[in-house]
Ligand binder design. Structure first.
Ligand code: HEM
Length: 492
């Protein structure tokens, strides 16, 4: 019996080795066939998993390394999918701006399934996506009576009061910013806000945060769908379901008190628009699409802004001189009155600091996957319709050919000799082209108003005895800073 077990172990070992070799040769042949058809070249990878095991904990940096060997446009095999990777600003702009329509597709990726490929983010290029995107952008541009700036300011006032009451005692930076940012979105969507200790708001934020945290570990299910049964994938899917249920409950409660003629927020404007639309067009505007649109805005808007501002505070803790410079500029130009969007052109150093915060440790290093809407000849390669496209934004923002010592936090790199703000071609925090961030206007306003109000009112310092957290993040939906506490010292 023992001899049989030994023999079985021996033969099964040989069999597995042959199987691996066979799959390896198969994937090599497959990749060679693609190359022969002028498909972008790339590293070979292993059978079944492709290059997934070699991406490391900073996939964006690994992809940048591979770009040096294979060129700015190369391909990788991620699980069963062949993905074309775009590196550097020229390749990204060429695809997303100059060939905008061809690169505007959104593939069906399992981690977006909870959005049912409706709304904006997960919807493929087409009339329904376009109608919703146009609606959101039009709504955010706002009207005179319903200015976005006023909604943002109302919530900032609450945040400032909250920090004033903290009276220099420490608070968790990202949690506090998340509550404020989520509340701004609540007032944009529903015209309503929630108290900081409202259990529903707290649960919503916990759920957004936890699903974002789990998204890195669970992203493997996008490439090997059978792995969606792994515990981290199941937990992540439960969290996003929980998030959708919470937003669904708010939507239901809100619709019960809908009053014709009054527009409390985006949801009422959507309901109004769907009633006014002609029958031919109104098919796109319905309850299910609205439910997804609301979740789209909450998941796209909360983590991104709160994470950017958390990185911002952490950079200022590392470099107090930059904090002083921003405060000096605010004191000189604004004094003690409220900062407004109209002050923006007069605050070059503050704007440069915000740009540098967005560039360094950029929050969406790998953006969101695109797909091609038709076959295309692109930069000497042939890319077929439906191919997955990944833009490595890290390689745009951290490119040492463009930015001197890119890891260094230096707002001055965005200022010209005369101290004027200098736009930069390789600065694409909101992506580019037809799929660029639909919330860019709100994001820019929110970042500017929150940053200027906070630095005008407070100086941020590390709590006594705390160790300064490193400027190293972890990749989830966003590139997140380590959790840290901070104290806000009232300035006047
Ligand atoms: C610092 C803040 C933000 C950053 C850096 C950011 C960045 C991005 C990026 C990189 C994309 C993917 C673009 C692509 O596929 O090429 C995106 C998409 C999107 N963002 Fe933002 N975003 C921010 C805030 C917001 C906010 C506040 C909202 C909500 C109003 C929002 C709504 C959206 C939507 C709806 C999309 C999908 C667009 C589409 O597929 O057509 N974002 N954003």
């Amino acid at each position: 019996m023992q001899a049989f077990v030994h023999a079985w172990g021996y033969y099964s070992g040989i069999l597995s080795a042959f199987l691996c070799l066979f799959l390896f040769i198969l994937s090599a042949v497959f990749i060679r066939r693609r190359t022969a058809r002028n498909f972008p070249p790339g590293p070979l990878g292993l059978p079944v998993v492709g290059v997934l095991p070699f991406l490391g904990k900073d996939p964006q940096s690994t992809l940048m390394q591979w770009a040096k060997r294979y060129g700015e446009v190369f391909s990788v095999n991620l699980g069963g999918n062949t993905v074309v990777v775009l590196n550097g600003v020229e390749a990204v702009r060429d695809a997303f701006q100059r060939k905008a329509t061809v690169f505007a597709g959104r593939p069906r990726i399992p981690s977006f399934d909870f959005l049912h490929h409706r709304g904006i983010i997960s919807a493929d290029y087409g009339p329904a996506w376009q109608a919703h995107r146009e609606f959101l952008m039009r709504y955010l541009r706002g009207t005179d009576e319903d200015k976005l700036e006023e909604k943002i300011n109302r919530e900032i006032d609450t945040l400032i009061e909250f920090l004033r009451h903290k009276n220099k005692s420490k608070f968790n930076c990202s949690e506090t910013l998340m509550i404020s940012v989520a509340n701004i979105l609540m007032s944009v969507l529903f015209g309503d806000r929630f108290d900081y200790d409202n259990p529903m708001l707290k649960e919503l934020i916990r759920s957004i945060h936890r699903s974002a945290e789990l998204s890195n570990e669970s992203s493997v299910m996008n490439f090997i769908p059978i792995l969606r049964f792994l515990p981290q994938c199941i937990e992540r899917n439960k969290e996003v379901d929980n998030l959708c249920n919470i937003v669904g409950n708010i939507q239901r409660n809100h619709s019960e008190i809908y009053c014709e003629g009054v527009t409390r927020g985006l949801m009422d404007a959507y309901t109004k628009e769907s009633m006014q639309r002609t029958t031919a067009k109104s098919g796109f505007f319905n309850e299910k699409e609205l439910a997804t649109l609301l979740v789209d805005v909450i998941i796209a808007g909360t983590e991104s802004i709160a994470t950017t501002l958390s990185w911002g505070i952490l950079f200022l803790l590392h470099d107090p001189k930059v904090q002083q410079n921003v405060q000096s500029e605010l004191d000189e130009v604004i004094g003690k009155r409220r900062p407004t969007l109209a002050d923006k052109p007069n605050l070059p150093y503050t704007n440069a600091t915000l740009m540098e915060i967005q560039r360094c440790n950029y929050v969406f290093p790998l953006g969101v996957l695109h797909s091609t809407t038709k076959d295309i000849e692109f930069r000497g390669h042939r890319i077929p319709k439906g191919c997955w496209i990944l833009a490595n934004f890290w390689s745009v923002m951290m490119n040492d050919d463009v930015y001197l010592n890119p890891r260094e936090f230096r707002p001055e790199r965005f200022l010209g000799d005369s101290g004027k703000l200098q736009p930069h071609d390789a600065f694409l925090p909101f992506s580019a082209g037809k799929r660029s961030c639909a919330g860019e206007l709100l994001a820019r306003q929110q970042l500017f108003l929150m940053f200027t109000h906070l630095l005008q009112a407070f100086t941020f310092q590390l709590p006594e005895g705390s160790v300064l957290p490193k400027l190293e993040g972890s990749t989830g939906i966003t590139y997140q800073p380590p959790k840290f506490d901070v104290c806000a010292h009232l300035r006047f």
